[in-house]
Design a protein around this ligand. Structure first.
Ligand SMILES: [Zn+2]
Length: 442
């Protein structure tokens, strides 16, 4: 790495959460019981209000999908962030906005609590989406937000506009029932998640705008409360050769040919000595996802590059992975003497994201599990996931225990991304109940 790459800034940051050990679970469960009893009437009122608001809620989610917030694009997240900022102000929330680079806007909206003793609950979701990809593969245009068969279709419908819309409608339902909370509710909607969050949630934390007792990330898995996730390391590997006209092939060293031997070795990378993690499942996994090499039909290429995406549990370090990568390349070099030698550029780290996890006994986990059970009738497991999440910044840098949760499906990043309206409505109820029991009716 020559110039400082800000996408690798996490190498220098704290990798372990420093949390006090959670209180005894029995104590937390008794507290939840009291909070649920206290919320009883308000809960029934809010849930029927959410049912009554169903059409408005769907229209609101559709309005978010119809404002593209593709990362990357010319407009970036700004139009969507501005639309939401207006919405938050209409709801009587105060809004802080940051724009660390043109168009890369993130918001934090604040619904001030009525009492001093209440907790502050943060709902965090991201504004940006991946591009729609091949539009011909979509049943409906990706930004039409078409409703069909009880589902809202569109890029971002699930990832992550479902999370944004659920937290907004949950607050609106509390308000239209005239319920004030003792504690404060924060809703942050952030840029840049799909590329690491360095220009979104990281900047909000750096500005001191993210302060809460606990947090819910608006993108998770329907069957569990997510309490940890894998880290990510993306690297570039480049082979070097000697170029020549095809007719002088005997004088050339073809960098693509060299790379064709590197790919299977790196794609099946084994990182030795990594213990299984009790919460985040799975060993380190590497996948060769991009390749470029050659520049002319009749010229033997002297350069070929691949980009490798590596996901790893909290028990594994970047140093361990880089060690395994470099050993694999050294072995290839040694076994390649007769082919003109294998020459590599230094392996270049492109993006680093930390893995993170919290204890399943943290009160925020137990509270959210109780809310999900109340709405869905099933007590969800608390487990880690194999994906990576912006929630790491909130846990590791802002010191806020966080869980990822949303209903829905696995259609994010695919053509025909959608969310079932039924899942969306139940998700709003989970979030509204979480606000009620966390922040308590005044
Ligand atoms: Zn997402």
């Amino acid at each position: 790495m020559t110039a400082f790459n800000f996408r690798c800034m996490e190498l220098e940051r704290q990798w372990e959460a420093t949390r006090p050990s959670p209180p005894p679970v029995g104590e937390t469960l008794a507290q939840i019981q009291r909070a649920m009893d206290e919320a009883g009437d308000a809960k029934e009122q809010v849930f029927s209000e959410i049912d009554r608001m169903r059409d408005d809620a769907v229209e609101f989610l559709r309005s978010l999908v119809k404002i593209p917030s593709v990362n990357p694009s010319e407009q970036w997240e700004k139009p969507l962030a501005d639309y939401l900022a207006r919405e938050f102000r209409t709801m009587g929330m105060s809004v802080d906005q940051i724009e660390p680079q043109p168009g890369r806007v993130s918001n934090v909206a604040r619904l001030e609590g009525a009492g001093r003793e209440g907790r502050t609950l943060l709902f965090d979701s991201h504004l940006d989406t991946v591009p729609p990809g091949d539009e011909a593969a979509w049943r409906f245009p990706p930004f039409s937000a078409t409703v069909w068969d009880g589902k809202v279709f569109g890029r971002g419908a699930k990832d992550c506009k479902l999370g944004i819309a659920s937290s907004v409608i949950a607050v609106r339902a509390l308000q239209s029932c005239g319920i004030r909370l003792k504690g404060t509710v924060l809703i942050s909607t952030t840029a840049d998640e799909e590329t690491g969050g360095h220009l979104g949630i990281h900047k909000l934390i750096e500005e001191g705008l993210i302060k809460a007792d606990w947090a819910v990330y608006g993108e998770g898995m329907p069957d569990k409360v997510v309490i940890g996730h894998k880290g990510l390391l993306q690297i570039r590997i480049t082979t070097r050769g000697v170029t020549a006209h095809t007719s002088r092939k005997s004088r050339a060293v073809n960098a693509i040919l060299k790379m064709s031997r590197v790919i299977p070795a790196i794609d099946s990378l084994d990182v030795p000595g990594v213990e299984p993690h009790p919460i985040v499942p799975g060993p380190p996994v590497a996948s060769v996802n991009m390749i470029s090499g050659g520049f002319k039909e009749n010229v033997i290429p002297d350069r070929c590059s691949i980009v490798v995406d590596i996901r790893f549990p909290p028990t594994c370090s970047v140093q361990q992975i880089m060690g395994a990568v470099n050993r694999t390349l050294d072995d290839l070099k040694r076994s390649d003497g007769h082919l003109g030698g294998m020459v590599f550029d230094p392996v270049e780290p492109l993006v680093v994201a930390r893995a993170s996890s919290i204890s399943p006994e943290e009160p925020v986990v137990k509270y959210l599990q109780a809310c999900v059970q109340d709405v869905l009738g099933v007590y969800p497991k608390a487990e880690g996931m194999e994906a990576t999440s912006d929630s790491r910044w909130i846990l590791l840098d802002a010191g806020i225990p966080i869980v990822n949760y949303s209903l829905g499906n696995e259609s994010g990043h695919s053509p025909n991304e959608y969310v079932a309206i039924e899942d969306y409505i139940r998700n709003i109820k989970v979030y509204a109940l979480m606000a009620l029991v966390s922040c308590r009716p005044a």
